[in-house]
Design a protein around this ligand. Structure first.
Ligand code: PLP
Length: 368
């Protein structure tokens, strides 16, 4: 049985009758950049996240960048984050002229370990960027307490965690601001690039609205040098339709994850744990395996697609060699990257596919 890592074609099949007329409406109105669909999506996504403001942007990377600038990160500052993330988290810090400072992960959750935060703080530290990796909320209470104690700002990287909850509160509302990505493969994905910044801070929202459109506060009134980080009209239309399904899709992701955990129980595999107080939204379902290339090959023989998120921690990427972190600096993140494997999980998966993948993984790794 063929099982892809995710199946956007199957998703589209269920949405086509709504998407095509919505795209047609955008074409008829010529609102190709921003416009009414994007504005409506901003209101709906802010309501969904429980924040006062949502600023739609051209990507999650743009959202991180404007989020950092909005919370006051400047050249020469240090910003603390996790090395176990997609490069964009660190890149946005670099765009501000600031320096990414990493702290290791808690191996139990794969997220930034709050116990290690305090020792990374220096007089130059301005902000912390926790990443809700794989859709699992970072442990925000201790992070926020430490931030408040040291007068630091917190920007959530919620690119992988739409609809996740930390202690019953939606991610996106847990720091001064939060960055979301709507890259097509995300839990809420556009049909192209997209992102958003959510916040309860009016000043940050105002700044981001101007900054995304060349620093304009009114047409051709450029208050400062900004960017072209605007969202396309098509993406607003698509995201509004998909947002209405997000709750049901999230429930299905969580159901599949529960079934995988049940099926894989006998293998006694290590995988990130779920805190029962939180709601992980399973952007990826990851397991840790010893002989990863062999496991990938044996699952591929069974027509099961897998992926690795991520094979190299950010501090060991050539792009960040100048930061001078040698191998061994963040042993938990490095070990996770050596062993992590993502197996298929998407809302349209049939019960048979879930059983098939679970049993195949058990067969391939259960005996090792
Ligand atoms: C954790 C994380 N941060 C940031 C990004 C960047 O988002 P985008 O690709 O929309 O720029 C992504 C997604 O690619 C991500 O997974």
């Amino acid at each position: 049985m063929k099982v892809p890592l995710l199946d956007l074609k199957a998703e589209y099949a269920g949405l086509r009758d709504e998407i095509l007329p919505a795209l047609d409406r955008v074409c008829q109105s010529s609102a190709f950049v921003e416009g009414p669909e994007v504005q409506a999506f901003e209101r709906e996504f802010a309501d969904f996240c429980g924040t006062a403001y949502c600023v739609a942007l051209s990507s999650g990377t743009a959202a991180l960048h404007l989020g950092l600038l909005g919370i006051g990160v400047q050249a020469g500052d240090e910003v603390i984050t996790t090395p176990n993330t997609f490069l964009a988290t660190a890149e946005a810090i670099t765009y501000c002229g600031a320096r990414p400072v990493f702290v290791d992960i808690d191996p139990a959750t794969a997220n930034l370990d709050p116990k290690l935060l305090e020792r990374a703080i220096t007089p130059c530290t301005r902000a912390i960027v926790p990443v809700h990796l794989y859709g699992r909320p970072a442990d925000m209470n201790p992070i926020r307490e430490i931030a408040a104690h040291h007068n630091l700002r917190v920007l959530e990287d919620a690119a992988q965690a739409h609809a996740a909850r930390y202690r019953q509160q939606r991610v996106g509302s847990l720091g001064q601001a939060a960055a979301f990505s709507f890259y097509p493969s995300k839990n809420l994905g556009a049909y192209g690039e997209g992102g958003a910044l959510t916040t309860n801070d009016e000043g940050i929202a105002k700044f981001a609205r101007a900054a995304r459109s060349h620093g304009q506060t009114a047409r051709y009134a450029h208050e400062f040098v900004g960017f072209n980080y605007r969202m396309q009209g098509f993406q607003g239309a698509v995201l509004r339709i998909k947002l209405r399904r997000l709750h049901a899709w999230t429930q299905r992701r969580r159901e599949i994850a529960r079934e995988y955990r049940r099926l894989l129980e006998p293998a006694k595999l290590t995988m990130p744990i779920d805190d029962p107080h939180d709601e992980c939204v399973y952007h990826q379902f990851v397991i840790y395996v010893k002989n990863r290339p062999a496991v990938i090959a044996q699952l591929a023989e069974r027509e099961i697609e897998t992926s690795v998120h991520y094979p190299t921690p950010v501090h060991l990427q050539p792009a960040y060699s100048s930061l001078g972190y040698p191998a061994g600096t963040f042993p938990h993140a490095e070990r996770a990257c050596e062993r992590v494997l993502s197996i298929p999980l998407f809302p349209e998966m049939s019960a048979e596919q879930v059983q098939y993948v679970g049993n195949a993984v058990l067969e391939v790794v259960g005996t090792k």
